[in-house]
Design a protein around this ligand. Structure first.
Ligand SMILES: NC(=O)c1ccc[n+]([C@@H]2O[C@H](COP(=O)([O-])OP(=O)(O)OC[C@H]3O[C@@H](n4cnc5c(N)ncnc54)[C@H](OP(=O)(O)O)[C@@H]3O)[C@@H](O)[C@H]2O)c1
Length: 345
């Protein structure tokens, strides 16, 4: 019974097939008049469905921060067409470049002096070894280090919003993945250079079929993606330890399995393997619902939860909720962006 109380959000009937459009309508009061930023918005994406559902309930300002201008513009145009009068602004953001992240944060600050909800949605999956502008492994650098820096640079705006709202209504929501279960943070070799790692940093073994394939230089994109998605939850864990005293809440989530451009780098063999393991493929609208519960449900303020799955709380794997690992990751992330962020202001 205790477990049930811990995992339920205010709508226990919400689940795998709940459309995000329904969630947005139910929590319209958490959207109306508020300033919301979402990263990673392009056609067919979870970010597009999330942005369109948010736009349907009269936010004061919707900021779409994304990498490819013409793709995010397409969604901004659709919002204007479907919900005329919505104030939408586009900010160019490349999470694979810390220079771009810093510029984007400055651009956001020029648009607004407060931010009610930040949704770290953007992410990528690659199967070959690539690196960010700073030489960090691409998935760790883009899916975690970029959002780490962006969030910290936007914290003053979030704190400003939190002064005038009920505790926990100001939120930082970060999209992780159920795939986080496959790998902890490889602190001894987060860049996958081939250095030996201790057993507690090893990924789950063996990885079956196409999931276990490595490139000729020993890189496994699935493991690197899993590490970056574990980082998303540990990052949230750290924020939860430090931000509630300022009225800011943080949640991580798995959106479900959705056919989006996340698979653009997959070959047919890997695609087939994913189809075999995913029992249900959500529509993009259904794929936006867990994000919207995490961002909007006022009842979450009363519940101790870190990670949502199909619109309800679920325990992440222990390597993704360990407070010691969360602290260690925070320090590593500070080193990699060359700046410290004391959250005890
Ligand atoms: N789809 C799934 O089944 C699934 C499952 C679990 C978790 N997720 C997570 O859900 C989130 C959204 O993914 P999605 O499925 O909607 O994928 P998607 O269709 O590929 O969308 C990803 C978005 O992120 C943007 N992006 C990629 N790299 C970026 C960068 N370096 N800087 C800024 N923006 C960047 C993309 O912009 P462009 O327009 O430039 O491509 C795009 O708008 C990701 O965090 C992903 O890990 C997805």
């Amino acid at each position: 019974m205790k477990l049930l109380i811990l995992i339920m959000t205010s709508h226990p009937e919400f689940g795998e097939r709940t459309p995000g459009s329904v969630v947005a309508r139910v929590f319209e009061d958490s959207i109306r008049g508020r300033t919301i930023l979402i990263t990673g918005v392009s056609p067919k994406s979870i970010g597009a469905a999330t942005a369109l559902n948010l736009a349907s309930q009269h936010p004061a300002l919707l900021i779409l921060a994304s990498r490819t201008r013409h793709r995010v513009q397409e969604i901004a145009d659709k919002i204007q067409q479907d919900h005329p009068g919505t104030r939408v602004e586009i900010v160019q953001l490349n999470l694979s470049s810390q220079k771009s992240v810093r510029q984007a944060a400055a651009d956001v600050a020029a648009l607004t002096d407060k931010l009610d909800i930040l949704i770290n949605n953007a992410g990528l999956f690659v199967t070959s070894r690539q690196a960010t502008a700073e030489g960090i492994e691409m998935q760790f650098g883009t899916n975690h280090i970029g959002p780490f820096l962006f969030t910290n640079l936007l914290l003053p705006l979030l704190r400003k919003a939190a002064y005038n709202t009920s505790p926990g209504a100001t939120r930082i929501v970060t999209l992780s993945s159920a795939g986080h279960r496959l790998s902890p943070i490889r602190f001894s070799d987060y860049n996958f250079t081939g250095k030996p790692v201790p057993p507690e940093e090893e990924h789950v073994k063996p990885l079956q079929g196409a999931f276990g394939r490595c490139t000729s230089d020993g890189y496994n994109g699935i493991v690197a993606y899993a590490q970056s998605k574990t980082a998303n939850i540990l990052f949230t864990r750290y924020l939860q330890q430090h931000l509630p005293k300022y009225g800011i809440a943080a949640y991580a989530l798995h959106p479900g399995t959705i056919q989006t451009d996340l698979s653009r780098d997959q070959d047919p063999e890997l695609e087939t393997a994913f189809y075999k393991v995913a029992p249900y493929w959500k529509t993009p609208d259904e794929g936006s619902s867990t994000t919207l519960v995490a961002a909007l449900d006022p009842a979450l303020n009363e519940i101790k939860g870190l990670y949502l799955y199909d619109c309800q709380f679920r325990e992440p794997f222990s390597h993704a909720s360990d407070p010691v690992a969360a602290e260690r990751l925070w320090k590593l992330s500070e080193e990699l962006v060359g700046e410290t962020f004391a959250l005890d202001f």
